[in-house]
Design a protein around this ligand. Structure first.
Ligand SMILES: [Zn+2]
Length: 321
C-alpha cells in the first residue's frame, strides 16, 4: 500500500505542530498577494494544501512530509536531515534515523507514506553522529529492526558516544545506545527480499562513515541510487587533518573521495539534503531533475577542494595546544 493515508498524514501534521510549534507548522505559505480582500486579511488557504516545500537552510528537526523518490524509495526524513525508506513486500530498509527528536517525525512519515514501522527489518545509515544516528535507538525500539553498521561506527552506536578517533569528538552530543549492532564490512551486500544494498566504506567526515548504493526500478526505469555520506572535513579545536599522527586517517579520506567519484550514481542523495541540493531536485520547489550524470563525481570533486582548503588553512594557522 502506498497511497497517502489521510489519518496518518494528519498524525504527521499534528506531530509537526507539537515539535515545531504552531507558528511554523500551521502557517501556510501565502503565494498570492491582494485578491480583493481587505488590507491585512489574507484569503483563507485551502485546508488541505499546506506548504510542503522545504527551505534550503532548514533546521534538523523541521518537519517534512514523506516524499516519493523513485521506485521503491521514500524520503521519510525531516527538511534538514535525510532518512530514506527502501521498501519491499518482504520488509523495508531504513537508512538513517535523524536526531533523537526527529525520530518521531521519521516514524510518522513512514506511516504517512503508507508503510508499517513494524515492517522495517534493517536500519543502516551514513555515519555515527547524533544528527543522523541519535534517533536510531528509538526507531529500533519502535520497529524491532536489526541495526547494521560498519566498524568503528558500530561500537559508537552501541556505546552512545564517540572517542578521540573522531575529528569532531568535542562537538558531539551523546546518543541513546543502540542494541546488538550487526557488523557489516566494505563491499558487503545487505539483502532483504528483492533488495540488494551495497555498503561502501567512506571514512573521513567520521571514522565509521559509510555510503550505500543499490539499483531501483520504477516500472522499466531502472536507476543507480547512491546514498553518499557527508564528506566535509571539519573537526573540533584540538584535532587537525594535517597532524602527522592523522596521516593514515587523511589517506583514507582521500581514498573515500576516489571511491565516491566512481560510484554508480544516477540519483545522488546525501545525509544533509543541502549537501546535494536535494530540495532543488525533489519536492514542490524542485527546478531540475532528480537524476543527473556525474553527480557523485561532482560531489567528490567539491569535497576534495574543501579538504585541500582545510589543509591549507591548517598550515597557515598556529598549532593548537
Ligand atoms: Zn557528521
Amino acid at each position: 500500500m502506498r497511497l497517502h493515508d489521510a489519518a496518518a498524514l494528519a498524525t504527521v501534521l499534528a506531530m509537526a505542530t507539537a515539535i515545531a510549534g504552531p507558528a511554523s507548522a500551521s502557517t501556510p505559505a501565502h503565494t498570492h498577494t491582494h485578491t480583493g480582500t481587505p488590507e491585512g486579511v489574507a484569503a483563507p488557504a485551502p485546508a488541505s494544501a499546506p506548504s510542503t516545500a522545504c527551505p534550503a537552510n532548514a533546521g534538523w528537526d523541521t518537519p517534512s512530509p514523506p516524499r516519493h523518490v523513485h521506485g521503491d524509495i521514500w524520503y521519510v526524513g525531516t527538511c534538514g536531515i535525510t532518512a530514506l525508506l527502501v521498501t519491499s513486500p518482504q520488509g523495508h530498509v531504513l537508512l538513517d534515523g535523524g536526531t533523537a527528536r526527529g525520530a518521531a517525525l521519521v516514524e510518522a512519515n513512514i506511516r504517512a507514506a503508507g508503510f508499517r514501522v513494524e515492517d522495517v527489518k534493517y536500519i543502516a545509515g551514513s555515519h555515527e553522529h547524533f544528527d543522523h544516528a541519535g534517533g536510531i535507538a528509538a526507531l529500533q525500539a519502535a520497529s524491532g529492526a536489526t541495526v547494521v553498521a560498519r566498524e568503528p561506527a558500530a561500537v559508537v552506536l552501541e556505546r552512545g558516544h564517540a572517542d578521540r578517533g573522531d575529528p569532531q569528538l568535542q562537538e558531539l552530543e551523546a546518543m541513546a545506545p543502540v542494541a546488538a549492532v550487526r557488523r557489516i564490512t566494505d563491499g558487503e551486500v545487505l539483502a532483504l527480499g528483492p533488495l540488494r544494498l551495497t555498503a561502501h566504506a567512506t571514512p573521513g567526515h567520521s571514522p565509521g562513515g559509510s555510503s550505500w548504493t543499490w539499483r531501483s526500478c520504477d516500472g522499466v526505469a531502472c536507476l543507480d541510487i547512491a546514498y553518499v555520506d557527508s564528506l566535509s572535513a571539519i573537526s573540533d579545536d584540538h584535532w587537525r587533518f594535517s597532524d602527522p599522527a592523522n596521516a593514515a586517517y587523511l589517506a583514507a579520506f582521500r581514498r573515500t573521495l576516489d571511491t565516491v567519484a566512481a560510484l554508480p550514481c544516477d540519483i545522488l542523495i546525501t545525509p544533509h539534503p543541502g549537501a546535494s541540493e536535494l530540495w532543488s531536485r525533489l519536492g514542490p520547489a524542485a527546478t531540475r531533475p532528480l537524476s543527473g550524470d556525474g553527480a557523485c563525481r561532482a560531489n567528490a570533486d567539491g569535497a576534495r577542494a574543501r579538504l585541500d582548503k582545510r589543509l591549507a588553512d591548517e598550515a597557515a594557522a598556529p598549532r593548537p595546544d
